[in-house]
Write a protein that binds this ligand. Structure first.
Ligand code: AMP
Ligand code: MG
Length: 409
């Protein structure tokens, strides 16, 4: 427990969260290769063999001894004896001697004796057994050497790498059928508020439908967390305590949206404090939107109190939860960004980091960036935005025409 006066910067909050979980060991599981898509590697993987495993032609053409072609051109072609052909997927089984050539299709195995390929475009057939080569090729030309793509025992991907489609294909090509990945962290999501109902309930005056368990669960799913439960509870400490107790048995992290400000009915901080040591360790972040943020822990379960405002809740999620996952797994994800030009001034009060929702429009090959106006309770503002722009803590806004980075979401 602590006295909560000073708001912390986003970076300081991230550091505190990471410190709370520094001893956390994330379990490792082996999954089928295709199920590894989007998952984070728990161990580095090395190639079990050379890729390719034999010298391959990269063109349709003739395998030759490069020296036999030296000086050849259209006017003075080199004359070579045709000596059979190599079939795709078969052992070459033929040797190229001096003055000889063998047909090899793209990807076929290079015959012994040959060290270069002449493309079919540069040959002519004098007769059935004689080839005219109109180009001089150097040793190694048009050949993918054994191990040139990947050498045996070379690290392909390090621990922390998030698997993408090209990685799954590469691993398949190496013969991997399973991959070691981190088990997803288990997260429960609770929305608090006397005004909240679930979508299947009947709307009555004064009530609104809970959006946050949905938007947050979706964000968690997208980022590779496992959502183990969703609940909507009233602003009642005992009910919240009961729900927390239940989830604490199974979750690594619990997100609680709403009730995180200083109002009379804002019970999140008190409740986290009541669940065990150390309780809430910070309350308030120098961020707009997202100031009413709480971080705490009880019985080894990280608890994050998020603002109830739907836009704020997602912004805080974005700024805290993704980096936490990256930190814990050593993940190397790079946040997708596009650079563009602001179409208007954006005022901002110094003292807190400010995020502004924006739309993007292409104009003469440049991205034009326009802020979306609205209150942080308006999720439609985020719905029509393609990303957000960050205004650093001590900057008094941005000006029309400024170059800005848009964090895509
Ligand atoms: P609070 O943080 O509890 O003060 O809530 C701030 C605002 O967000 C209030 O207008 C709430 O009605 C709204 N709000 C809180 N939780 C949710 C939710 N789960 N879905 C939609 N709006 C919410
Ligand atoms: Mg509330």
């Amino acid at each position: 427990m602590m006295e909560l006066l000073k708001t912390l910067s986003v970076t300081e909050v991230r550091e505190k969260m990471a410190a709370l979980l520094q001893d956390k060991k994330i379990q490792v599981e082996e999954v089928n290769l295709l199920e590894g898509l989007g998952r984070i590697l728990a161990k580095s993987v090395t190639s079990p063999h050379d890729v390719p495993e034999f010298n391959r032609s990269t063109v349709d053409g003739y395998a030759v001894k490069a020296a036999d072609t030296f000086g050849a051109n259209e006017g003075i072609p080199a004359m070579l004896a045709k000596k059979g052909e190599v079939h795709m997927g078969m052992y070459a089984g033929v040797d190229v001697g001096e003055g000889e050539c063998v047909y090899v299709p793209t990807g076929g195995m290079m015959p012994t004796g040959a060290n270069a390929m002449v493309m079919v475009e540069y040959v002519e057939h004098l007769d059935d057994s004689t080839l005219l080569v109109q180009q001089s090729v150097s040793p190694g030309a048009n050949v993918l050497r054994k191990g040139e793509d990947l050498e045996k025992d070379r690290e392909i991907f390090g621990r922390g790498h998030r698997l993408r489609p090209q990685d799954i294909g590469l691993l398949a090509g190496m013969g991997f059928q399973k991959v070691p990945v981190f088990e997803p962290l288990k997260v429960a999501v609770i929305s608090t508020g006397d005004e909240l109902i679930s979508p299947e309930e009947v709307l009555s005056p004064g009530k609104i439908i809970d959006m946050n368990t949905y938007s947050l669960s979706a964000a968690l799913q997208e980022d590779g967390f496992k959502v183990i439960g969703r609940a909507v509870v009233k602003d009642d400490m005992e009910t919240l305590r009961q729900t927390l107790r239940d989830y604490m048995k199974r979750a690594d992290i619990i997100l609680i949206s709403g009730g995180s400000s200083m109002g009379e009915y804002d019970i999140t901080k008190k409740t986290i404090d009541s669940m065990g040591e150390p309780g809430a360790v910070l309350h308030g972040m120098s961020l707009k939107p997202g100031k009413p943020t709480i971080v705490g822990m009880a019985e080894g379960v990280l608890m994050i109190g998020l603002p109830g405002q739907p836009v704020s809740a997602l912004v805080v999620y974005h700024l805290l939860m993704k980096p936490l996952l990256w930190k814990l797994t050593g993940n190397d994800t790079i946040t997708p960004i596009v650079s563009g030009e602001l179409t208007v001034n954006i005022p901002s009060a110094p003292g807190r980091e400010h995020y502004v929702m924006v739309t993007l429009e292409q104009e003469n090959g440049r991205w034009m960036v326009s802020p979306q106006h609205g209150k942080s309770g308006m999720l439609s503002m985020m719905g029509r935005s393609q990303g957000m722009v960050r205004i650093p803590v001590n900057q008094e806004g941005l000006s029309n025409g400024d170059k800005v980075d848009v964090i895509l979401f």
